[in-house]
Design a binder for this molecule. Sequence first.
Ligand code: ADP
Ligand code: MG
Length: 356
Amino acid sequence: MSAIAMRELTKVYPNGVRALDALDLEIADGEFFALLGPSGCGKTTLLRTIAGLEVASAGSVLIGERTVTNLPPGKRDVAMVFQDYALYPHMTVQENIAYPLRIRKVDRRSRAAKAADTANELGLSALLERRPGQLSGGQQQRVALARAMACHPQVFLLDEPLSNLDARLRLEARTFLKRLQRELGVTTVFVTHDQAEALALADRIAVMEGGRIRQVGTPTEVFRRPANTFVAGFIGSTPMNLVDAEVHDGELAVAGTRLPMPQDADDRVTDGEKLVYGIRPEYLDYSPEPVPGALSGQVVVVENLGSFSLVSLDVPTGDAVMDGAGDAVGVAGTSLQVVVPEGREPEPGDTGWVVP
Ligand code: ADP
Ligand code: MG
C-alpha cells in the first residue's frame, strides 16, 4: 500500500496534444480514488503515466516515498487493469492469472498455488482451465482483476473497469469491486466517465477537464459544493440548473423573482454582484398553480425516467431582447429543469410554476 503524488505532471504527445497540463494531485494510502471526466480529458493518460506506460514530459510522480517518474512499469509495483481487460486469448484463466508471476520468475509450483488462491478469492476456481473466449464479460473482468491482484501490488490502476459490462452486471460488479477494495485495502485509482459510478464507489473524486483537475473532494463535497460550473454540470444524475442571478439586499434576483440567499452561499458575495445560481432539478418543486415567489414558465419537454419525470420549462427572465435597431423583439428566457414525481407530470405547452 502506498500514497501517490503527482507534481506539475505534464504530458504532451508527439502530435502536440497536451493531455496533462501541470497537474497536481495527492492520493492517500489505501484510498479508493476516482478520476472522473468527459472523454478525452486525459484520464487514461494520467493512469498510464502513473503506471509508467507513458513517459511524463515534465513534472513528477511519487509512489510511497519513491520518485518513480523515470522508472519502467515493472519497477513501480503497480498493477493496471485495462478497459478491454487485455487478457491473453491463447492462455487459460490459470495461465493468465499466473502470467505476471512468471515474468517475475516465480517458480511453477508457487505460481499455481498463488493463482489458485487469487482465483478462489474472486470466485473463479471453476473456470481455471477455460480460455478468455469461453467466459462472459463479467468473468473476464474478474480474471483481469485476479491477474492484477496476484502480485500483491502497492497500487491498483483500473481504467473504466465496468464500462464493458451491461447495465445490470455493471451494478453487481460495482458492489463487488467496492467490497474487494475494502478487503484488500490497496490504494486504488479508477477511471470513469460515469459520475454515478464515481459517486457510488470512491472515497474521493478528482473531476478532470482538458488535462487539468477542476475539483478534488469526497462524493458529498463535489455533489453539494461544486467548485465551478463545469463540475456543477458534470456531477449529478440530472444536469444542474445554472441561472444568471444578481445579489440585492442579501437576496438573489433570479429570473424575475427574489430568492433567499442559499445557506451555504459563499460569504464573500457582495451587493450588486452578478453570479451563477445553481440548483439541482431534484431540489425544485413543480406546481400547476401559482405559488408566491415561484418562477412561472411554459413546459417544453417531459421526460419519463421511471418513478419520476424530468420536466423542462422555458422561464422568461423579464429582460426585453432587442434587435439591431433597438426594438424589443421578445423576452429573454432561461431553461429550468425540475423533477416531478410519477403521476403528477404536466403536458408540454402547460404553464407551470417552479418552486425553489
Ligand atoms: P480519456 O481517457 O479521458 O478519454 P485520454 O487520456 O485517452 O483521455 O486522451 C487525452 C487526450 O490525449 C485526447 O485529446 C487524446 O486524443 C490524446 N491522446 C491520447 N493518447 C494519445 C496518443 N497516444 N497520441 C496522441 N494523442 C493521444
Ligand atoms: Mg480513457
